[in-house]
Design a protein around this ligand. Structure first.
Ligand SMILES: *[C@@H]1O[C@H](CO)[C@@H](O)[C@H](O)[C@H]1NC(C)=O
Ligand SMILES: *[C@@H]1O[C@H](CO)[C@@H](O)[C@H](O)[C@H]1NC(C)=O
Ligand SMILES: *[C@@H]1O[C@H](CO)[C@@H](O)[C@H](O)[C@H]1NC(C)=O
Ligand SMILES: *[C@@H]1O[C@H](CO)[C@@H](O)[C@H](O)[C@H]1NC(C)=O
Ligand SMILES: *[C@@H]1O[C@H](CO)[C@@H](O)[C@H](O)[C@H]1NC(C)=O
Ligand SMILES: *[C@@H]1O[C@H](CO)[C@@H](O)[C@H](O)[C@H]1NC(C)=O
Ligand SMILES: *[C@@H]1O[C@H](CO)[C@@H](O)[C@H](O)[C@H]1NC(C)=O
Ligand SMILES: *[C@@H]1O[C@H](CO)[C@@H](O)[C@H](O)[C@H]1NC(C)=O
Ligand SMILES: *[C@@H]1O[C@H](CO)[C@@H](O)[C@H](O)[C@H]1NC(C)=O
Length: 324
């Protein structure tokens, strides 16, 4: 009896496995298929999208992903292709999209289309390594489900919109490697729920970091290669949880002596600034994996590699050259 039951079970499993997959999952939604055809046409029918054909269910197409239950398109990831033109405004007509990526497309130009604001389910928006220009649009703050926003490696200009602080679920914000100007918004001290990792490096940002950013616990800060001034000590303190901090190649100018570095810190880079005073004792008690304070105006040396220290006003003696 037991044996025949398991035989039946095995046979039904075999029948189940040999069924063609379309009968198990919903076929692609017709509206979404039409929108994808419009997108393909708008991008000039590129070779990269050759698999986008009526003969194939659109859930099987290259670079898209469907929800198996509903047949709605939930991911569109266009990358590394010979694509010229602009982001088709029709992307806003894929209402169930959660992930939208245009990446490594040298000839993708123009601005970020406002139709993107219709994509209320979007959790990941990555438009990077393209030649997009124009501003970082403040309308992106309407995409309140975003947990990852990456606009790095583009030609974006203008300032960082303060409205982005309304993205309460944001885990990471990448605006690095653009041509952004102006100051870091005061509102970036008011992120609630999540405090995002902030990547703003390789821009032309100016001014002091707002004190308000000290109200939050950041984990990763990369503000390197801008023209920022003043003080960055608001990210530190005994109760903070920052791990990685890069302030290198700016114009920060303040006394580092009394800054308390928290135990969470693993990497600190402040090379090429005008930071003065001495290295605080809290630095030596940490298990730092990386430290670089070279090219500043510091005095008093602890026990790190000499390249972490060189080119400071009065650091000398082993492992650096002997004091004059
Ligand atoms: C697919 O859609 C169903 C029904 O709306 C939903 O319950 C499920 O979470 C969705 N799956 C994904 C991966 O989005
Ligand atoms: C990209 O496409 C254009 C026009 O179709 C063609 O002239 C060019 O050689 C292609 N470039 C690459 C890198 O494939
Ligand atoms: C970009 O466009 C130029 C000019 O049409 C073309 O020569 C080049 O191959 C394109 N490159 C890519 C990667 O699309
Ligand atoms: C942007 O376009 C220029 C030429 O117009 C090209 O040299 C550059 O590599 C492109 N940038 C990216 C990130 O694709
Ligand atoms: C983007 O910036 C690069 C470098 O400044 C420039 O050569 C290129 O022409 C710009 N591309 C566009 C599309 O504006
Ligand atoms: C940062 O996190 C630590 C440890 O979880 C906590 O004690 C401290 O109150 C937090 N500080 C802020 C400003 O939220
Ligand atoms: C750090 O946290 C402890 C315990 O919560 C608190 O007593 C102390 O005042 C805090 N120190 C600072 C500088 O916030
Ligand atoms: C610190 O930064 C300077 C300047 O960029 C660089 O030359 C040096 O190699 C760096 N030191 C380490 C330990 O990476
Ligand atoms: C750093 O130390 C190494 C040997 O430990 C030495 O060869 C090098 O010249 C030193 N560099 C500087 C800038 O003092």
């Amino acid at each position: 009896m037991k044996n025949s039951i398991s035989l039946i079970a095995i046979i039904s499993l075999l029948i189940f496995i040999s069924l063609p997959t379309p009968s198990l999952s919903q076929r692609c939604n017709k509206n979404d298929e039409n929108v994808l055809f419009q997108i393909k046409k708008s991008l000039g029918n590129p070779y990269l999208l050759a698999s986008w054909q009526t003969t194939l269910d659109c859930c099987q197409w290259y670079l898209v992903k469907c929800n198996k239950t509903t047949g709605r398109i939930i991911e569109l990831t266009i990358f590394s292709g010979n694509i010229s033109g602009q982001i088709p405004p029709e992307v806003g007509n894929l209402p169930y999209l959660q992930t939208l990526v245009f990446r490594k497309l040298t000839n993708l130009t123009g601005q970020i289309p406002s139709t993107i604001t219709k994509l209320t389910h979007l959790t990941m928006l990555r438009l990077s390594w393209t030649n997009l220009s124009g501003p970082v649009p403040s309308f992106l703050s309407q995409l309140t489900n975003l947990n990852f926003l990456d606009l790095s490696f583009n030609n974006l200009t203008g300032s960082v919109p303060p409205e982005l602080a309304k993205l309460t679920k944001l885990g990471a914000l990448h605006l690095d490697r653009n041509k952004l100007t102006g100051t870091i918004p005061e509102s970036f001290g008011t992120f609630t729920e999540n405090v995002p990792d902030l990547y703003l490096s390789h821009n032309q940002l100016t001014g002091d970091i707002p004190k308000s950013l000290g109200y939050l616990n950041f984990t990763v800060i990369d503000f390197s290669r801008n023209q920022l001034t003043g003080d960055f000590s608001m990210f530190f303190g005994i109760n903070k949880t920052i791990q990685i901090a890069d302030f290198s190649r700016n114009s920060f100018q303040f006394d580092l002596s009394d800054v308390v570095f928290p135990a969470s810190l693993t990497s600190l880079d402040l090379n090429h600034n005008k930071v003065f005073g001495s290295l605080p004792e809290t630095l030596t008690g940490l298990s730092l994996q990386y430290l670089n304070v070279s090219y500043n105006r510091l005095c008093d040396l602890q026990t790190f590699e000499n390249t972490s220290y060189f080119h400071n006003r009065c650091l000398c003696g082993s492992p650096l050259p002997a004091c004059a």
